[in-house]
Design a protein around this ligand. Structure first.
Ligand SMILES: Cc1ncc(COP(=O)(O)O)c(C=O)c1O
Length: 295
């Protein structure tokens, strides 16, 4: 999203997340700051469910508040929702689009996780009215579709046919068609959480200054560590301990996440997750010891 904004010369203002993901009050404050500085904020972008990278999700109350905040600040909401189906515990929460009563939300969907990543096919729900020259009225979705076909000379017909075929086969019931995948991703995340707990029981993680969040779905979680989780640490982790993770600092536009790493459990099978956490625990123990210096 930030890359696309850069290409179009659109200014982006990062908004910090709260404990439950995107924070409506923080969005409101940021919109006010931009306006006071002479800017004209137009839209806010967020991943309400099982965000990448944080794994966090918004409560239903926060979703309601966010819709009110967007109305108050006259902002469109870009709801990016590639992970909403992949619930581990509890039930799926309503999308912002399903709660939207005044056409404020653009819902961005992807078939990357529910069908096939290589197809590079997604979709947008954009029911906003656009007024063009001569008072010509059309739907934002139709305008976006024209822009998309001009900038990429359409989406590969073969890729669309593959996704279309999958949709026909499952009677357009993607959630049901993904039941096995949803259960399998849930098992992977539960395995990751269980293994972290096993290697860092409460006393040990308090001693070391290690913590992590417990997402109720999706593929990601974030671990706080007592050392700089940067590219150098990652290289050491990979070379000496044989395990990869992502420095959280890479996800911040203007600093942050320096002592955090993102773990992803979408691809490895549970036995690899068990082994991966074993290696990660050895790396974290060693790096924490080194950061603490001589006793
Ligand atoms: C936040 C977010 N949005 C969207 C996507 C999916 O995008 P695409 O459909 O381009 O693969 C991903 C992951 O791949 C993601 O993490």
């Amino acid at each position: 999203m930030t890359g696309a904004a850069r290409l179009l010369d659109i200014a982006v203002h990062p908004v910090p997340e709260g404990a439950d993901g995107p924070d409506p009050e923080a969005f409101l404050a940021a919109a006010r700051r931009v306006r006071e500085a002479g800017g004209r904020p137009r839209a806010l972008y967020l991943v309400p469910d099982f965000a990448n990278p944080s794994g966090k999700s918004m409560t239903v109350a926060a979703r309601e508040r966010l819709l009110r905040v967007a109305a108050e600040a006259d902002l469109l909401i870009l709801e990016d929702d590639p992970y909403g189906f992949f619930v581990r515990a509890g039930s799926a929460r309503p999308t912002l689009k399903s709660m939207d009563r005044d056409r404020r939300v653009l819902h961005l969907g992807s078939f990357a996780k529910t069908a096939l990543p290589g197809a590079r096919v997604g979709y947008v729900v954009a029911d906003q009215e656009v007024v063009g020259p001569g008072d010509r009225r059309s739907l934002l979705a139709d305008e976006l579709s024209k822009i998309k076909s001009m900038t990429t000379v359409n989406t590969s017909a073969v890729a669309q046919a593959v996704i279309g075929g999958l949709l026909v086969e499952c009677d357009c019931r993607l959630r049901a068609a993904n039941a096995e995948a949803i259960a399998s991703y849930g098992t992977s995340l539960a395995t990751l959480l269980g293994e972290l707990e096993r290697h860092f029981p409460e006393d040990r993680r308090r001693e070391l200054g290690v913590r992590w969040n417990e997402p109720t779905g999706g593929f990601f979680l974030v671990v706080d560590v007592p050392f700089a989780a940067d590219a150098k640490a990652l290289e050491h982790s990979a070379r000496a301990f044989g395990v990869l993770w992502t420095p959280m600092g890479d996800f911040y536009a203007g600093g942050g996440g320096e002592h955090q790493l993102r773990l992803s459990c979408s691809s490895p099978a549970p036995d690899r997750i068990v082994e991966g956490v074993r290696r990660l625990a050895r790396f974290i123990e060693a790096a924490a010891l080194e950061a603490a210096g001589p006793a």
